[in-house]
Design a protein around this ligand. Structure first.
Ligand SMILES: C[S@@+](CC[C@H](N)C(=O)[O-])C[C@H]1O[C@@H](n2cnc3c(N)ncnc32)[C@H](O)[C@@H]1O
Length: 262
C-alpha cells in the first residue's frame, strides 16, 4: 500500500494550499465565537483530528489547556516535537469515530481543516458526537469547519480534477487530485483521491490518500446534531465572518454546536 501524505507532516500543509496566517485567523475567529456564545471563559479545549494541532499550539501558548486526538502516529509525533516547552498540550492516538479519554471535562471542542465529512456512515457520526459529548460540559461549544459543498456530481469513472506543482526547499511535489465514482445512494458529496509524487533530493515517494466526503450543508448538520441527542446547532458562519450570509459563503463555513443536557 502506498504511504499517506500525513506521514510527511511538513509537506502536507503546502500540498493543501494552506495560506500564511490561515491557522492564526481560524484560531482568532474561534475565540471570538466562544466570546459571543459562551458565558464562562474557555480554559480547556479538545482538538479533534488534531494532527500536529497547530490551532492547539497557539491556544496552549495563550494559557489554555489542550488535548488533541488523531489516529496518525506521525502527525502526533510532529505535534509533540513542535510543542516541546509548551506544557499545556497533550496528544492522544485515537480514531475520531469513537473514543474515550481519561480527562476532566472540556469547555469547548473544535474540528478544523475540513475533515469532519470523512465520517460518512450514520453510526460513525452518532458515535462521534457521543464521544465528544462525553468529554464536554453541558453548554460547551463544538465548532466544526466544513468546505462549501456544491452540487453532487455522480461520476462513472475516476476523473482528474486538478494538478499542480509545489516546491518545499529542495523537495519538489507533483500533486494530482482526482474525483472517484460514488454510488447514488451514498450520503456523499465525492470521494477525493490525493496523489503526491514527492521528489526528495535522494529518493522519490508516491503517496495516495482516499478521502470520502459526506455531503454536509447547514440543515443536514443541524439534523445530525439533533439526532445525536447531545448537541444542537446554534449558528453557521461563513468564511470566518459573523456578517457574511451563508448564501454568500465562498469557501468554508463553521457549524457551532452546543452540548445539550442528554
Ligand atoms: C487535514 S489534517 C488536519 C490536522 C489539523 N486539525 C490542522 O488543522 O492542521 C486531518 C487530520 O485528520 C486525521 N484523521 C483523518 N481521519 C481520521 C480518523 N478517522 N480518526 C482520527 N484521525 C483522523 C489525520 O490523521 C490528519 O492528521
Amino acid at each position: 500500500m502506498e504511504p499517506s501524505i500525513y506521514e510527511f507532516p511538513d509537506i502536507f500543509r503546502r500540498v493543501h494550499m494552506e495560506q500564511p496566517g490561515e491557522i492564526e485567523r481560524e484560531t482568532d475567529f474561534m475565540r471570538s465565537v466562544w466570546r459571543r456564545h459562551m458565558k464562562r471563559p474557555v480554559r480547556r479545549v479538545l482538538d479533534i483530528a488534531a494532527g500536529n494541532s497547530p490551532h492547539g499550539q497557539i491556544l496552549a501558548q495563550a494559557g489554555i489547556a489542550v488535548a488533541g486526538v488523531d489516529r496518525s502516529p506521525t502527525m502526533i509525533a510532529a505535534g509533540r516535537r513542535e510543542s516541546q516547552g509548551i506544557d499545556r498540550i497533550t496528544f492522544y492516538r485515537r480514531r475520531i469515530e469513537n473514543f474515550r479519554l481519561s480527562e476532566p471535562l472540556f469547555d469547548a471542542a473544535f474540528f478544523m481543516s475540513e475533515t469532519f465529512p470523512v465520517m460518512t456512515r450514520n453510526d460513525d457520526l452518532m458515535s462521534h458526537f457521543k464521544s465528544v459529548a462525553r468529554l464536554l460540559r453541558v453548554g460547551g461549544l463544538y465548532c466544526v469547519d466544513i468546505d462549501r459543498h456544491d452540487g453532487v456530481e455522480l461520476l462513472r469513472e475516476r476523473k482528474l480534477w486538478r494538478s499542480r506543482k509545489v516546491r518545499i526547499g529542495r523537495t519538489r511535489v507533483s500533486v494530482r487530485e482526482y474525483h472517484r465514482p460514488i454510488a447514488w445512494h451514498e450520503a456523499m458529496h465525492s470521494i477525493y483521491e490525493l496523489e503526491c509524487t514527492i521528489k526528495f533530493p535522494d529518493r522519490t515517494v508516491v503517496t495516495r490518500d482516499f478521502i470520502p466526503v459526506r455531503y454536509i450543508i447547514p440543515p443536514l448538520m443541524e439534523l445530525a446534531a439533533c439526532a445525536s441527542g447531545c448537541f444542537e446547532m446554534i449558528a453557521a458562519y461563513s468564511d470566518l465572518s459573523f456578517t457574511t450570509p451563508i448564501e454568500q459563503c465562498y469557501g468554508r463555513w463553521m457549524a457551532v454546536l452546543r452540548r445539550t443536557k442528554s
